[in-house]
Design a protein around this ligand. Structure first.
Ligand code: SF4
Length: 359
């Protein structure tokens, strides 16, 4: 078995974060919230960046026990063809979305690298910012993806507990714990400007996972000091297959984790998706979270086909429209930000600005 890298077992300077994550510690949730709110305001102002996911394909070669798209589910499989992608993008633009996250399952012959790269090219012509949450790739593949207009990669380790990881990832490429662990670094090596990390809360001991997630971010920040970094806080939601999370995370712990990460990592973008309820997201807005999804459809083709009975990767909890959500943000004195990125800054992957100015 391949050894884990040293940074994953580096316990230096973890005591403060550990204490903040401990619900029996002296730091009350209210005092953490106040400190987190002040830091968020100082670093990010009164803003909330908005994005939406676009599921390109639900083909998958892996068998994650907790996922509705695992290859043993009876879910009908399909991928969007280029005209359908354009149609989805057009429907999203009508909603006001210009910052998108393209998703696929683990690499298959139906939806592999070439398909993904072509999809990024199509999306980058229409959208201000294109991120990808798909499968681990090589440095060269990430370089090609960056050249096609992808600026950010989301790749969750799901859990950093290796034993739990082995048990949950029953087959397929995702079973390779170390390969996944090294994926964010490969993306940054390949010229992707920003990486998003996270654990799927509910799969394993949340304190242990939070500490390892912090170690991972700390390692990347030290090694790739120019990289953009973000952390998401996905909590298990009902999905096809009916997997019951063995380590359910309650609202209080999730809030504690968000505040603790803001205090420990003041410059890192913190993301909360529509997995969480409207009331919870409204409560967290301004207290630490700086980026949220909205109008999420977790089915393939869900923006165009709004009547579909198909099951998505997971159930969306906050189903508000963009305008309803923006009203709620403004009521909290937060300005929704749809465009935080000029595509002119996207490339090239080699970072040589003269290539942009004199292509
Ligand atoms: S989590 Fe991703 S890799 Fe795992 S089964 Fe679902 S789509 Fe496939």
């Amino acid at each position: 078995m391949t050894m884990v890298p040293d940074w994953l077992t580096d316990n230096r300077d973890l005591a403060t974060l550990q204490a903040m994550l401990d619900s029996t510690s002296s730091s009350s949730l209210e005092s953490l919230a106040a400190e987190s709110k002040a830091l968020t305001l100082r670093r990010f102002g009164h803003t909330m960046t908005l994005y939406a996911p676009l599921y390109l394909s639900n083909h998958c070669s892996s068998g994650c026990a907790y996922c509705g798209f695992a290859s043993d589910r009876k879910t009908p499989r399909r991928r969007l063809e280029p005209p359908e992608i354009r149609s989805e993008l057009s429907a999203m633009k009508k909603l006001g979305i210009t910052d998108i996250l393209l998703l696929t399952g683990e690499r298959t012959s139906a939806a592999g690298f070439d398909y993904l790269q072509h999809s990024v090219e199509i999306a980058a012509r229409e959208m201000q910012r294109v991120s990808v949450e798909a499968f681990p790739m090589s440095v060269n593949e990430y370089r090609a993806l960056a050249d096609s207009g992808c600026t950010a990669i989301t790749i969750y380790q799901e859990t950093y507990n290796r034993e739990r990881y082995e048990a949950l990832h029953r087959w397929g490429p995702k079973k390779n714990f170390i390969d996944r662990l090294e994926t964010p670094a490969r993306a940054l090596e390949g010229g992707i400007k920003s990486v998003g990390l996270g654990v799927l809360l509910g799969l394993s001991d949340p304190v242990e996972d939070a500490l390892s997630l912090y170690r991972h971010i700390r390692h990347l920040a030290r090694t790739y000091w120019r990289a953009g970094l973000s952390v998401s806080f996905p909590r298990m939601r009902p999905q096809t297959g009916g997997y019951e999370p063995p380590f359910p995370v309650d609202d209080h712990f999730l809030a504690r984790m968000i505040f603790a990460f803001r205090i420990a990592l003041p410059d890192v973008e913190l993301v909360l998706s529509t997995r969480e309820s409207a009331a919870y997201r409204d409560g967290m807005a301004g207290l630490g979270i700086t980026r949220m999804s909205i109008e999420s459809r977790t089915t393939v083709g869900g923006y165009h086909d709004t009547e579909t009975n198909e099951k998505g990767q997971f159930d969306v909890s906050d189903n508000r429209s963009i305008s309803e959500f923006c009203t709620a943000l403004r009521a909290k004195n937060l300005e929704p930000v749809f465009k935080n990125w000029e595509p002119a800054y996207n490339g090239p992957a080699d970072g040589n600005i003269s290539t942009i100015l004199h292509p």
